[in-house]
Every structure is written in C-alpha cells, then in structure tokens.
Design a protein around this ligand. Structure first.
Ligand SMILES: C[S@@+](CC[C@H](N)C(=O)[O-])C[C@H]1O[C@@H](n2cnc3c(N)ncnc32)[C@H](O)[C@@H]1O
Length: 337
C-alpha cells in the first residue's frame, strides 16, 4: 500500500498523528484518535489493545504476493507468537447477511473510498466487491447473521489451515485477528475462508465457485495425511457431545483428549481449545464422579478464552468465569449420580 492511512477513517496522508502511548497507531485528526479509543461498538477499541495489537507497516504490511492471480496479501514484519493479537479492526459497513442494498455504498466513508476501490475484483461493482471481501460478523450464538466489510482484514489470503484466526467481538464491534501458531517474520499471514472444516472436494467446489474463484494449493490440499488429520478433528469434535448425551462420559473424554492432541499437532487456534474444553466440561459435569475433571476442563476453557481474546469482559470469558467461581451455577447442569 502506497501511503500510510488513518487507523480510524482510512484517510491517507503523509502527515499523520501518532498515538501518544504506543507511538505506532496513526490518525489524521484528534477526533479520529478519540473515536478510535472508544471501547463500545462504533469505536476502534484502541484503549484495550494499545501496544497489544500489531499496527500496519510496523508489525505487518500489505504487499503483492508475487503469485499469479492472487493479488496482495498480509505479511508479518516481525515474528508473532501463538495468541499474539495481530490486528483489531472495526467494519466500515455491516449489514444483516445478504440484505445489502445499493445505497449501502453511501455508508462507506469518503475517506475510505480509495482503499475500498482497490479491493478485488479491481474493476468490480459494489456488490461484487462486497461478495468477495465481506466477512462474518455474527456475534453470540442465536444472534442474527451479520456480515461486515473490513479494509485490512479483507487483504488476508486463504489457507485451509491458516496460521491466524479471526473472531468478531459483538460487544466491542470489532474483529480481532490472533496468531494461531508462531508466525516467523516475513511469512504471509493467512486465515481459512471456510469457517469449519470441509472435505477436500467440498472445499474445492466452495473456493472455485463464486465469489472466490481459486484453487487452493495449501499444505492441507497437497498432503493427504494432513487432510485426514484435519478431517479427524471434525469427527472427534462431533463425537464428544453425542457420546456425552448417551452417558458414555469416559469414551467422550478419551475422544476429547485425542482431539486436543490433534489440535496440538496441527497447531490449531486457541479458540478451538476453548470450545472443546467447554464441551468436555458439559459432558463431565453430568456425573459426580467426574466433577474434578469437569472443573479442570472449565479452568482450561476459561484460560484459553482469556488468552485468545485478551478481554476479561468478553461474554464467553465472563460466562466461563461464572461457571468457575459460582458453584450454584453448576446446578444448571444435571448431575446424574
Ligand atoms: C478477500 S480477498 C484476499 C486479498 C486479495 N488477494 C487481494 O488482492 O485483495 C480474496 C481473493 O483473494 C484471492 N485468494 C485468496 N486466497 C487465495 C489462495 N490461497 N490462492 C489463490 N488466490 C487466493 C482470490 O482471488 C480470492 O477471491
């Protein structure tokens, strides 16, 4: 990207102000700096992630991948450890899924227009750019499905086993991008576009069809052993709650441990650990005999959620914390005997 731009409104300029604390985040005005500090939806949450999240052209950069037809990608300018917050970004536009209307284009701030125009497809219409670049912004379970457009996050390319993972924090109105594994300096930062794991042929159909139009050549797509391991994580993930519902707690816990070990081998995102530990808690808490195991799973789930979000006010962190410290909450779970 040619000129630096404001972290809040994306206005590009050679004269930008720096955040007085981290001395890295850039702003076109004091007003943008104030808005970026706010931690409610609409703000940029820099107050929470100042000095924690990476900054463009300091910690990562957007540049040409040099690969035919792929366009640009996001590259690490320093190394990131697992769970490092790579970036945080708020959507410049958010709508209830598929209900994009033509006047939504007017909601894109004028200052952000050049970056929006540079999104793929280069000469595409508004709807085409939206289809190719919009990302899921659904908050909590049961919330209405929403999608949003992010001007930096949308430059990240796909890998079926991405080295980073993203989550939308509905209570903050931002998306966080977290390193799923160690990312060395100079490496491309990637995410999976597929949400959950799909078998290879299904992956190819999804990625080849509209709006993506590409064949994935990542390690998983070219290495059957890796592909099978990833498929096994899906099977094990499903098995935990199914077995738990049938009262087969010990088998469910064995499958859960096998799943956690596969996560380790594949260097999967900490958000997945949090989910699996929570599933294991739900299974183990149903029998007094496994109460200690249940509490251990809950501790691990809480630890993982906090390590991943770095936000003690994240609803899932709070929910898990409540389960950890308040024994009466456990009565919500049916302890059979
Ligand atoms: C959200 S954009 C990602 C950023 C994009 N490369 C750019 O220049 O703006 C998605 C598009 O990037 C390209 N792309 C992403 N990942 C790719 C991959 N693994 N192989 C080939 N093309 C990819 C495809 O054209 C895809 O539809």
């Amino acid at each position: 990207m040619e000129r630096p731009f404001c972290a809040f409104c994306y206005a590009s300029s050679d004269k930008l102000l720096k955040c007085g604390q981290c001395l890295q985040r850039l702003y076109c005005s004091a007003e943008c700096q104030r808005n970026d500090w706010k931690t409610k939806p609409g703000g940029g949450c820099h107050k929470l992630y100042c000095g924690i999240a990476g900054e463009i052209n300091v910690d990562y950069e957007i540049k040409d991948t040099g690969k035919d037809g792929v366009g640009v990608g996001v590259f690490a300018l320093r190394e990131f450890d697992k769970n490092d917050m790579i970036l945080t970004e708020r959507p410049i536009l958010k709508v209830v899924e598929r209900q994009l209307v033509s006047h939504n284009i007017n909601e894109i701030p004028k200052t952000a227009a050049p970056l929006f125009e540079s999104l793929l497809p280069v000469d595409g219409r508004f709807q085409q750019k939206w289809d190719k670049n919009a990302m899921d912004c659904t908050g909590e379970e049961d919330a209405k499905k929403e999608s949003g457009l992010f001007l930096v996050l949308s430059r990240i390319n796909h890998d079926c086993l991405g080295n980073a993972d993203h989550q939308y924090l509905a209570h903050r109105g931002i998306k966080i991008l977290v390193a799923a594994k160690h990312i060395p300096k100079g490496h491309e930062i990637t995410i999976s576009y597929l949400g959950s794991f799909k078998p290879k042929h299904e992956r190819n159909i999804r990625l080849l069809s509209y709006p993506f139009h590409f064949i994935c050549r990542c390690d998983v797509c070219t290495n059957d052993e890796l592909d099978q391991k990833l498929a096994r994580t899906k099977d094990l993930d499903r098995a935990i709650l199914t077995l738990g519902a049938k009262g087969k707690i010990e088998v469910a816990m064995r499958k859960g441990r096998a799943l956690l070990s596969l996560y380790e081998q594949l260097q999967q995102s900490t958000w997945l650990y949090q989910r699996t530990y929570y599933d294991l808690f739900q299974v183990a808490i149903t029998k007094k005999k496994y109460y200690k195991d249940a509490m251990h799973f809950m501790e691990k789930a809480h630890e993982a959620a906090l390590a991943y979000t770095q936000d003690p006010q994240h609803p899932q962190v709070l929910r898990l914390q409540e389960l950890l410290i308040s024994p009466e909450t456990h009565r919500n779970y049916r302890i059979i005997g």
